[in-house]
Ligand binder design. Structure first.
Ligand code: ADP
Ligand code: ASP
Ligand code: MG
Length: 453
């Protein structure tokens, strides 16, 4: 069986939902279909919540949200299901209004309340899609996608979730089975949580892995995984194939087409992923599997992560670079901060590495604690943090066949007048990455993409 995931781009309008219906109804009846909230709705739910907290006119926004859903129900939900679906959605809309009302009264938006608000997107879209598709059965993902706390994040409890998915989907009737992506429930407190923005892909992967699916199909609004973000590079090409590792690296370094944690559960079970276009369903898409066509396509893509923060440590340390890096890396990892680029040390005894700007405050506290002895005895001059940067990554399992790659990349940037602030140590066979100023992101991607495609 296959697990299919339709993103907000695919479930945004009456027209796109007609495509979803015909794609799903043409498939065998044992498919599981994971859907996101209607396109753009999650952003709207959040913006309206903030507006309510600041005393703005949330009521007309809530009316527009309600109308958008009722319009789709009236246009597309099968007649025999329309009343049921309408009553589910209207009680969720009531919950939304009550919650906005509460926020506007207290003038404050607690995190837990925001989690409830964003969950309403998928809690409304799933029954609607189940009511549109012939013989669609609705499943409540809050019953089986469970999270646990990990520092300040909610992460999936993989074992509990797997067991609950198996239970939920065993001995079920024929018919496509529809559930909402992204939303989850804390396994201890029962509070509503979520898997992070873009997390419906991850819900689908957890289901595919638990059920040993044959394939995970991610239906979106582009013809496949492309050599760069098509919004930046107009002539970016669709890649016919890529490996799990390549897709994991590209997504970690900013390719929005798949939410990064998605790939691991299916990679682990060797379940291929296809990226397919809801608006062009006969296009072959991209097949992501355990093999990479690295001779013909040594480079698969160029990506960027904005909000990069470069951490620099300068001093006359007796330990070698590898030991310092390991100490810094471990101290950060133990505290939930990930490092995505270790830079080559420069001639001024400066070690640097890149983290996300979101983690800057935490990282500062952790590193100042870890290196307190060296800071006190003067072996380390300072730990500094530089922001408003981007990490650019070039990814492909064939990078190892390209001689002098780093030099070529740096020269290309130099010719465009772009300053490279750090460059990866060359410890990955699959990814070469470097840090530039955020204002140079688009130019850097264009220049590097032009070098290979
Ligand atoms: P969905 O709502 O289906 O989850 P997303 O907006 O999350 O859709 O992801 C699809 C979008 O990702 C595409 O519309 C495209 O603009 C963007 N994108 C960024 N990088 C790439 C890439 N390398 N290949 C394909 N699409 C990309
Ligand atoms: N609706 C959620 C979001 O917009 C999850 C998803 O679309 O994958 O982030
Ligand atoms: Mg997405």
């Amino acid at each position: 069986m296959n697990v299919l995931k339709f993103g907000g781009t695919s479930v945004g309008t009456v027209e796109s939902l007609k495509n979803v219906k015909s794609i799903v109804e043409a498939l065998p009846t044992d498919t599981v279909v994971v859907v996101s909230a209607l396109g753009g709705l999650t952003d709207k739910l959040i913006a309206t919540a903030r507006m309510a907290a600041e005393g703005g006119d949330w009521k007309s926004e809530a009316d527009a949200i309600a109308d958008r859903h009722y319009n789709i129900i009236n246009e597309l939900v099968r007649e025999e299901r329309r009343n049921d679906v309408s009553s589910i959605v209207s009680s969720l809309i009531d919950e939304l209004r009550r919650t906005y009302e509460g926020i506007s009264l207290i003038g404050h938006l607690p995190e837990k309340t925001l989690n409830v608000i964003v969950s309403l997107g998928e809690r409304m879209s799933a029954p609607i899609v189940a009511g549109i598709i012939h013989n669609g059965h609705l499943h409540n993902s809050l019953d089986f996608i469970k999270t646990e706390k990990w520092f300040d994040k909610n992460i999936a409890d993989a074992v509990l979730t797997r067991d609950l998915i198996i239970k939920e989907f065993s001995n079920i009737e024929k018919g496509p089975h529809i559930t909402g992506g992204f939303i989850s429930q804390d396994r201890d407190s029962g509070e509503i949580t979520n898997l992070g923005r873009g997390g419906s892909d991850y819900t689908a992967a957890l289901i595919a892995a638990a059920l040993d699916a044959d394939m995970l199909d991610i239906w979106t609004d582009v013809d496949g995984f492309m050599t760069a973000d098509p919004r930046i590079i107009k002539d970016a090409r669709v890649l016919p194939t890529m490996s799990f590792i390549e897709s994991m690296e590209l997504c970690t370094f900013g390719a929005k087409v798949i939410y990064p944690p998605t790939i691991y559960p299916v990679f682990h079970k060797n379940i291929p992923i296809r990226i397919l276009n809801t608006f062009n369903p006969t296009a072959p898409g991209t097949l992501i599997s355990d093999s990479s066509d690295s001779k013909e396509f040594p480079v698969k893509g160029v990506t960027a992560v904005k909000n990069t923060c470069l951490v620099k440590m300068r001093g006359n340390l007796t330990e070698n670079v590898a030991q310092i890096n390991t100490r810094a890396y471990n101290a950060l990892a133990r505290n939930g901060v990930s490092v995505f680029l270790l830079a080559q040390p420069n001639e001024n005894h400066e070690f640097s590495f890149a983290i996300s700007s979101i983690d800057r405050q935490n990282a500062s506290r952790i590193l100042n604690e870890e290196f307190a002895p060296e800071l006190i005895d003067g072996a380390l001059d300072a730990i500094t943090f530089e922001e408003n940067l981007s990490t650019i990554a070039v990814v492909g399992e064939g990078l190892k066949y390209l001689k002098g790659l780093n030099g070529r990349l740096l020269n290309t940037l130099l010719r465009c007048g772009i300053k490279t602030l750090a460059c990866s140590e060359g410890n990955s066979d699959t990814t070469a990455s470097f840090v530039v100023e955020e204002k140079d992101t688009v130019e850097a991607i264009k220049a590097i993409h032009g070098l290979f495609f």
